[in-house]
Design a protein around this ligand. Structure first.
Ligand SMILES: [Zn+2]
Ligand SMILES: [Zn+2]
Length: 388
């Protein structure tokens, strides 16, 4: 059978097989390499040949614990579900009526294609779509969040709504392009805080990928000073390279006092909380000045105590953000293609798609100081020793 469907356009330079390699989630922690049919794009969708996919801490959470993935209304285990959401690639087929992108064009993707019809989608808050996860059977609302509610990127091809595509220049490497969505999350956080951060003081807590690119984006937006806090000196040093004016190792000093000392004795205007640590929310609200704003971008594992009285007395604003709404990914990509910061400083390792379990081990155990680990279906030799 030939690949395709009604109204689907393909190109002779990009022959598409009927089946592809795909990792699927079995029981918790169990990934199996299988074959799946190559999906066919519908209206307003394209088929992306996945050229690189980065591993995110949220992937590790989904693979081991299920949440926040939601497949057919429940946990994603043993449902032939393919995780992975931070991918980029080449457009190789166009769904009916698609003329916004061309076959052969390189793109990176954002995760959430909202339903486009609910209140939040109409406001550009498609990561908070009210029809989240409703994309199966009789209740299909057209929502997709690849790697969360629909099949993701640990495979060779995936369909994406045109709304989730971000065109990238040839000067951007595959690995760098996988980081656009991470920078987009940082950009969305700063957008929700008001966006006008030039000359404002910002603390970023937690030097994970979002925190490090949060430093880069805040710096590119003109914030000053930008202060990064964390526990690992090697990551704090990368934060300096990405623009942090000051770094604080929270193991060696009182972080709230240190922030105030570095900001002329005052609390800062904004905190972007990317650590998920148990005391992080309270420390964040103690670090901001009166009327300051705190963005919460990490998923803590347990319920977190919060000093509500301090928040109310001081008119402090708390914003929870999910993912990367309001086209923040496009703004992040613009900074990256303008070389306003070098996101590749957080990319540390690349493996073949066949070596995904090894790549995940590097990301999870931070082997060899791993930060962002990327897997590629082509052009990288597999390390796996063949049984001969
Ligand atoms: Zn992610
Ligand atoms: Zn919606």
């Amino acid at each position: 059978m030939m690949y395709g469907g009604p109204g689907v356009k393909t190109g002779k330079d990009f022959p598409i097989p009927d089946t592809m390699k795909a990792w699927v989630l079995g029981n918790p922690g169990e990934l199996k390499l299988t074959q799946k049919p190559v999906p066919v794009p519908k209206r307003a969708e394209v088929l992306v040949r996945i050229d690189a996919v980065a591993i995110c801490a949220t992937d590790l959470e989904i693979i081991d614990h299920g949440s926040p993935a939601l497949i057919q209304g429940g946990k994603p285990f043993n449902k032939n579900f393919t995780p992975g959401h931070e991918y980029m690639g080449t457009v190789v087929a166009l769904g009916p009526g698609v003329d916004e992108y061309k076959i052969g064009q390189r793109v990176t993707v954002e995760i959430h294609a909202g339903c486009g019809q609910c209140k939040r989608c109409r406001e550009g808050m498609y990561t908070s779509c009210h029809n989240y996860g409703l994309n199966y059977g009789d209740v299909d609302k057209g929502h997709r969040a690849n790697g969360f509610t629909t099949d993701g990127g640990f495979c060779e091809y995936q369909v994406n709504n045109v709304n989730t595509l971000v065109a990238i220049p040839d000067s951007m490497s595959d690995e760098e392009a996988t980081l656009v969505v991470t920078a987009g999350t940082a950009m969305y956080g700063l957008t929700e805080l008001g966006g006008l951060v030039a000359g404002e003081s910002v603390v970023v807590t937690g030097p994970g990928p979002i925190g490090l690119l949060g430093v880069a984006v805040a710096t590119a937006l003109g914030a000053q000073p930008v202060i990064l806090t964390g526990t690992r000196d090697n990551r704090l040093n990368i934060g300096r390279e990405l623009g942090a004016d000051h770094v604080i190792n929270v193991r060696s000093e009182n972080v709230v006092e240190a922030v105030k000392r570095l900001n002329g004795g005052r609390g800062v205007d904004y905190v972007v909380e990317c650590s998920g640590a148990a005391n992080a929310v309270n420390e964040a609200v103690y670090m901001v000045n009166r009327g300051g704003k705190v963005c919460l971008a990490a998923f803590p594992h347990a319920e977190t105590p919060v000093d509500v009285a301090h928040i109310v007395r001081n008119n402090i604003y708390l914003y929870g953000i999910r993912g990367e709404g309001k086209s923040a990914t496009h703004r992040a990509e613009a900074f990256m293609s303008q070389k306003r910061f070098d996101a590749t400083k957080i990319h540390t390792h690349t493996f073949a798609l066949d070596d995904l379990p090894t790549a995940i081990r590097y990301a999870k155990d931070r082997v060899d100081d791993a930060i962002k680990v990327v897997v590629k279906a082509r052009g990288v030799a597999a390390h796996r020793v063949a049984a001969e």
